[in-house]
Structure formats: structure tokens, C-alpha cells
Design a protein around this ligand. Structure first.
Ligand code: ADP
Length: 192
């Protein structure tokens, strides 16, 4: 099972991906998580990505395509994977198409979580509050300024990715404003 989850920051991709990991036994490949790990490790990629991530902008297509290309070649992704946060630009989607074609792999589903933009800021504020309450560290980009930049990046650069898949007839849309379990059910129904 090879899946893409699309949707704006705060749409619930991570929550649903975690459930899909359980159900299908395939890894969640989150470019955001991988980039944060690179930043933490102080690797060359991390050093390059940190400032742009903290500000809410997008890391270069070249970097993230490289990361994904290496990651899907790993053993645990052999039977499939869930892409979360990638592709985030049409150029990334095209690079992914080429990458998969070279490996003779196909995507099983591309699912967009559709959410009302007004709800997103409060979801992010909640996430930050819950993280603090649990004794964790809030993400450097989970603040109102960076979040606004992330939403703008989504509107300008990532919303066209949905249009790209819609034009190919492969996009499925789920109501991301529904309760978490209802969203899971809707995704299950798509995946059969
Ligand atoms: P979100 O909560 O917005 O979905 P992510 O954890 O997916 O956030 O990503 C955090 C940051 O990592 C993004 O704002 C961006 O700077 C960088 N990033 C993640 N995935 C990509 C990508 N595919 N292309 C470019 N930048 C990315």
C-alpha cells in the first residue's frame, strides 16, 4: 500500500498516518520529521534547512526529493509507505512520479484532508499547549508568525499539488473537519 496524505498544516495528517501505520504495517514517511531529525543531528541537510523551517518556509525541492528517494529505498518501505508532508510542490510531485516510474512502483491512493482554514490556527495553538502540558518542547515553527507563513506556503505552493492529482483523476478528498474517528473511517472506506 503506497499512500499520500495531503492537507494544510494542522489538518491531522500525522494523526491519521499513525493509525494507518498500525493498520497496514507500513512506515509513515514524514519529510517534516526527517528534516527535524536532520536539524537535531546537525547534519549538512539540517544546517541548510533550519532557518527556512523555523520561519515557516519550504526547504528546497532538491533536498526533500533526495531525502525521500533514499528513504523509500530502505527495507521497511518495501511493502509500502505513507507519505506525509511530501510532495509539497508540483515539482516534488513530478519528481515523485519519475522516481516511482523508475522503480516500477505505483501509488494506491492520494487522499486530501480538507479543512476550514479558520480552524487551523486554533488546532496549532492547542497542539502547542498540549505539548507544553506534557512537558515537551514546542516546535520552533508552531507560533503564529511562522504558522502564517506555513499557511501561505500551503496556499501558493502546495494547494496546486491537489490540483495536479485531481487532474490525473487520482485524488480522493476526505472531510478533515469531522471527528478523528470519522476521518479514519472515511479513509478506510477509500482504501477498501
Ligand atoms: P506541518 O505541520 O506544517 O505539516 P511538517 O512537519 O510537515 O509541518 O513540516 C515542517 C517544515 O518542514 C515545513 O514548514 C518546511 O519548512 C519543511 N518541509 C517539510 N516537508 C517539506 C517538503 N516536502 N518540501 C519542502 N519543505 C518541507
Amino acid at each position: 500500500m503506497r499512500l499520500i496524505l495531503l492537507g494544510p498544516p494542522g489538518a491531522g495528517k500525522g494523526t491519521q498516518a499513525a493509525r494507518l501505520v498500525e493498520k497496514y504495517g507500513i512506515p509513515q514517511l514524514s519529510t517534516g520529521d526527517m528534516l527535524r531529525a536532520a536539524v537535531k543531528a546537525g547534519s549538512p541537510v539540517g544546517l541548510q534547512a533550519k532557518a527556512v523551517m523555523d520561519a515557516g518556509g519550504l526547504v528546497s525541492d532538491e533536498i526533500v526529493v533526495g531525502i525521500i528517494s533514499d528513504r523509500i529505498a530502505e527495507a521497511d518501505a518495501k511493502n509500502g509507505f505513507i507519505l506525509d508532508g511530501f510532495p509539497r510542490t508540483v515539482a516534488q510531485a513530478q519528481a515523485l512520479d519519475e522516481l516511482l516510474a523508475r522503480k516500477h512502483m505505483e501509488l494506491d491512493a492520494i487522499i486530501e484532508l480538507k479543512v476550514d482554514e479558520n480552524a487551523l490556527m486554533s488546532r496549532i495553538e492547542n497542539r502547542a499547549r498540549e505539548t507544553v502540558a506534557a512537558g515537551g518542547t514546542v516546535r520552533a515553527d508552531d507560533n503564529p508568525e511562522a504558522f502564517k507563513v506555513r499557511l501561505d506556503a500551503y496556499r501558493v505552493q502546495t494547494a496546486p499539488v491537489s490540483a495536479y492529482y485531481a487532474s490525473k483523476g487520482t485524488l480522493k478528498v476526505v472531510d478533515g473537519m469531522a471527528a478523528i474517528d470519522a476521518v479514519t473511517k472515511a479513509i478506510d472506506a477509500i482504501l477498501g
